[in-house]
Structures are given as C-alpha cells and as structure tokens.
Design a protein around this ligand. Sequence first.
Ligand code: NAD
Ligand code: ZN
Length: 239
Amino acid sequence: MTGTDRLREYVSRSSRIVFFGGAGVSTESGLPDFRSVDGLYSQKYDVPPETILSHTYFYAHTEAFFRFYREKMLFPEAKPNAAHLTLARWEQEGKLSAVVTQNIDGLHQAAGSRRVFELHGSVLRNHCVHCGQAYPVQAILNSTGVPLCGCGGVIKPDVVLYEEGLDEKVLNGAVRAIEQADLLLVAGTSLTVYPAAGLLRFFDRRRGPLVLINRDATGMDDSADLLLRGKVGEILAAL
Ligand code: NAD
Ligand code: ZN
C-alpha cells in the first residue's frame, strides 16, 4: 500500500479532520514561503524579513515596512490550488471540522472553507490604528507610501507581526478543534514558528493518526504515523 493509499483510507474513515498548514500550502498558488531555498529568507535584503515584519519596525519605519509588504506579502491575483479546494470539499462533505493556518493570504476562504482559524491574521483585513475604521486590502494596494485613514491615522494590516501576540479567541478555537480531531493533517509548514507549531501537542494521538505532508524535512517527521514527502496540492489532488 502506498502512502497515498493509506492517507485515502485514513480520510475515508474520519469525520473530524483538522488540517494544520503553513506557507507551503500556498506555494503552488505562486506565493513564496519563508524558509525554502526559493523562499523569502533566501533573498537578500538589507534588513532580514523577520525584522521588517516586526511590531517595532512597523512603527519605527512605517514607509519601508509597506514597501516590503506591498511587494512581498500581497498577491491579489493568487488563486486557491488543489490543496485549498480539497479541504473545502472535505468540510462540505462533513469530513473536516477545521482548517488551522499560519497563512495570511485568505486562500482557504477563497476556496470555500468556512471554519478557518487564521493564527496570524489576514492581509484582507486592515484597520486604522487611531480610530479603528476597517479597510479592505485595496486600501493598501491603491495607496502609495504609508496608507492613511481619513482621520490621519495609519492603516495597519490585521496580521500578527513578530513581537505581537496571537488573538486569544482564534487560538482557543484552534486548540478546541485540534483536541477533538480524529485525524490531524499537518502540511506545508517548517514547524519552526511558535506558538503556532506548539498547537500540535493538543492532538490526542489515541483519537487518530497524525499525517505529515511536506517538501522538506521537519522536526516532527519521526513522530508522524504517516509521512508523505512531496507537494501538498499534488498529493491531495491525487486522493
Ligand atoms: P515556512 O516558510 O517556514 O515553511 C514552509 C514549509 O513548506 C517548508 O518546510 C517547505 O519545505 C514546505 N513547502 C513549500 N512548498 C510546499 C508544497 N507545495 N507542498 C508541501 N510542502 C511545501 O512556513 P511556515 O511554517 O508557514 O512559517 C512561516 C510564517 O510565515 C508563518 O507564520 C506565516 O504567517 C508566514 N507566511 C505566510 C505566507 C502566506 O500567507 N501564504 C507566505 C509566507 C510566509
Ligand atoms: Zn482613522
């Protein structure tokens, strides 16, 4: 039996699948991840991306933040790939209870997924740091320099920057879903960003298998019940 066959069998007998994903889920939609060889961290910047995407840098160098952000984090043309679409179908079929994602691109919802815990927020939501007014992503895309609210305040993406905490409601929802999962499918993540990666420990291994799909090795490879090395979109499309 191949790994794909085993995954197909696991999926067929599950009704509370939780998918836990990262940037690798969207590379097949054309978005660069952070840690692959062709990812953002391998490109050369005067300041490392982690620094630019930090709370301190946002307030100290707002214009430079938005230069990087518009060019490297916003992909308005991107479309969901086979991974996003398969997960949305499983939810509709009553097999999947939640998607927990570290991504900020909104592609799971674009594919039709409804129960999505966005641990790091979304580029699609933005708000004025002064008056709280909400803005769509177009407000960032259609502006130059620092995007400003009518009140004069800076429009900030609802994205969790480095040094910022995760939203408690989102975090608790993700934990509850993982605790009740009967199959935890982890894919497209290096599992190096905390506290997000730490959520996997809430999965009760007695309830079902832990499946890992990733292109490169991760620190969890040895503890997975099933490890598939490859592209998550291709693998899920073949099920
Ligand atoms: P990461 O860049 O650290 O790791 C990505 C992992 O995915 C790598 O191990 C790589 O081998 C694997 N991968 C790449 N393409 C794949 C594919 N097609 N199929 C299977 N595996 C694939 O990403 P991370 O663990 O999510 O952590 C990075 C942080 O960066 C997150 O916090 C996230 O918020 C942010 N981020 C988000 C986006 C996005 O929204 N699309 C993009 C880049 C970074
Ligand atoms: Zn305002």
